[in-house]
Ligand binder design. Structure first.
Ligand code: ASP
Length: 417
């Protein structure tokens, strides 16, 4: 069996959903699980809903209405029969979301977030599954929360592999076609959890691992994994072959084409990963497999915007070594700050951080009690894997560089945006 993943951009409108069928017609659709993300920018819109709810804002109803309106337009284009059961199902999901909000007693942002944003994926998969049925591609709709079990770290949940593997192997029928949600899971009390933004790729990896899939294909709006982000660089090249190790490195440094957690489960079972264009499904795209050398061998550029460069030094000129560094890292772990780059000297320690969960300001209060702290927000981290002198020279041009680091294969710099 195989696993396909379609992200938000691939189902952002009715044409996108129709194109999913076109892709399946090209590739075949037997013994296939399709993992789908929320449509277009729905997750961002639902984040806004959570914000307005917590502020008790009068704009809340309007924000929910906008999300519903966006999906209604897609529904009305896909289904001529206005009595089709899908209209009822989607209405039900919006009602459920509003009930969840009105009954909620928690003030914990991360928890509420997960109970609300999951509707993006639930709605998207309901629409796609019903559309496939209508077009004659009979399929099963699976609630990913029944299979993927996690701890209670809402918004960044850790998968419990043992329980997840057991329940997927026991309950998922690999024959035929199934449709399920990316990104969402549940904890031991059956509350919804999520796997981190862009986490649907990871869901595909989890299903593939637990079911010993033959392959995973991620369908994108780009031809595959490129050596640079086309939104930032004018000239880019398709990487045809990439090893698991290279893919993990690229994803870790911020290549947004694959979620960083996706590769590890695939690598453990040597399940090939294909990254392909949903617009040109017959094209080769990128294959990620064991040990294959990077082809073509080119410098790969990764840009991570909106990072924080934090420097700590001791208040009393004492060394910042193992004990203090371990204390600093336990703070990063506690506040879910992701470390991109580390540089240290005897009395100072610098890191480039990704504050995905907006916890930096709280963390700083803690650190200030113990260290002298300086930081720059909104910095940009550039990474070049397999750098050349020429690549470095042209990237550095006209940039205000705050920090640089070079290892054998990897060049990194932090610059002011
Ligand atoms: N819908 C989620 C997000 O926008 C998950 C995903 O797209 O992978 O982050």
């Amino acid at each position: 069996m195989k696993v396909f993943k379609f992200g938000g951009a691939s189902v952002k409108d009715a044409n996108g959903v129709k194109n999913v069928v076109r892709v399946l017609e090209k590739t075949g659709f037997s013994d296939l699980i399709i993992v789908i993300s929320a449509m277009g920018k729905t997750t961002n819109a639902l984040e806004k809903v959570v914000e307005l709810y917590l502020k008790n804002s009068s704009e809340l109803k309007g924000a929910i209405h906008n999300v519903q309106q966006y999906h209604t337009i897609i529904l009305e284009t896909l289904f001529d029969n206005k009595q089709h059961v899908v209209f009822k199902k989607i209405n039900r999901l919006f009602k459920d979301m509003e009930t969840t909000l009105s009954r909620n007693k928690s003030t914990q942002y991360d928890y509420i977030y997960d109970q609300v944003v999951c509707y993006g994926e639930l709605i998207a998969t309901t629409i796609v599954s019903e559309y496939l049925n209508q077009q004659g591609y009979e399929n099963k709709w699976l609630d990913a929360r029944d299979f993927i079990k996690t701890d209670t770290t809402y918004r960044d949940a850790e998968v419990d592999w043992e329980i997840t593997q057991r329940s997927i192997q026991k309950k998922v029928n690999t024959k035929g076609l199934s449709v399920t949600q990316g990104f969402i899971a549940s904890d031991k009390n059956n509350f919804t959890t999520t796997l981190g933004r862009e986490g649907s790729d990871y869901t595909a990896g989890i299903f593939a691992y637990c079911l010993n899939a033959d392959s995973v294909s991620i369908w994108k709006d780009v031809p595959g994994v490129l050596n640079a982000d086309p939104r930032v660089f004018s000239i880019t090249h398709l990487l045809s072959h990439v090893s698991y190790e290279e893919a993990i490195e690229l994803a870790f440094y911020g290549a947004s084409v694959i979620h960083p957690k996706t590769i590890q489960p695939l690598q453990r079972k040597e399940i090939p990963l294909y990254v392909k264009s949903f617009l040109n499904p017959a094209d080769e795209g990128t294959s990620v497999k064991k040990g294959q050398p990077l082809d073509p061998y080119l410098p790969c550029y990764i840009v991570k915007k909106d990072q924080i460069l934090l420097s700590l030094s001791s208040l009393d000129f004492s060394f910042i070594v193992e004990d203090k560094i371990s204390e600093i890292f336990s703070f990063f772990h506690q506040y879910h700050l992701k470390v991109d780059l580390i540089q240290s000297s005897a009395i100072s320690f610098s890191v480039c951080l990704d504050d995905k969960f907006d916890h930096f300001d709280v963390l700083i209060m803690k650190l200030k009690a113990k260290f002298r702290v300086t930081y720059n927000k909104n910095v940009c981290l550039y990474t070049i894997r397999h750098f050349t002198e020429e690549a470095v020279r042209s990237l550095e041009q006209d940039k205000d560089i705050l920090l640089k680091q070079i290892t054998r294969e990897t060049y990194q710099m932090v610059v002011k945006e």
